[in-house]
Design a protein around this ligand. Structure first.
Ligand code: HEC
Length: 149
């Protein structure tokens, strides 16, 4: 990881934390709620890993593996959760998703591959593989989500 990239990852994840809880209240469309829940759960999983990398919590290989499994499940499910062009006034999803669906699927797959490649066996391994995951989250959000973090 480069010294420049790490704070970017941390800052973006902190921003996501600050706004996500609010975004949920008042969502009426169940399909939109489901995809938001999957994203929120992904954020919680990645935060557990970030805390280990930052030294805020002790490295725990079993907990890191659990977080990785959750991330894999959510990123694999992302195309299915979004395929139907569901909307809600509270949704942050941009309609562009369904105009360039193949690219959205490709970005989902990149995120899935990055979480699959997470090395949860050691702190060093985690440190070396977590940034790529954060970048794939951001890459999709920058194109397809109103909030760009
Ligand atoms: C292929 C695209 C894509 C990828 C990859 C992706 N996201 Fe998202 N994410 C979205 C979209 C689109 C929304 C907005 C959904 C909505 O509001 O309807 C979103 C919303 C969110 C939200 C806000 C959920 C809420 O409560 O409203 C969080 C948090 C989030 N993503 C975290 C992540 C994390 C962490 C990753 C990486 C592990 C990730 N996302 C990967 C597309 C993606």
């Amino acid at each position: 990881m480069t010294p420049i990239a790490r704070p970017t990852l941390m800052a973006s994840l902190c921003l996501a934390l600050a706004t996500a809880a609010l975004a949920h209240s008042g969502v009426r469309n169940h399909a939109v709620m489901m995809r938001m829940e999957a994203m929120l759960s992904s954020k919680k999983a990645i935060e557990r890993l970030v805390a280990m990398v930052k030294g805020q919590s002790a490295f725990d290989a079993a907990a890191a593996d659990t977080a990785q499994q959750a991330l894999m499940a959510h990123m694999k499910a992302t195309p299915d959760l979004f395929r139907d062009p569901q909307s809600d006034p509270k949704s942050e999803a941009l309609p562009l998703i369904w105009d360039t669906w193949a690219d959205f699927e490709r970005k989902s797959n990149s995120a899935y591959l990055a979480v699959t490649a997470l090395d949860t066996l050691s702190l060093e391994g985690l440190r070396g593989t977590l940034l790529r995951v954060g970048n794939t989250c951001l890459d999709c959000h920058q194109t397809y989500r109103k909030e760009k973090h």
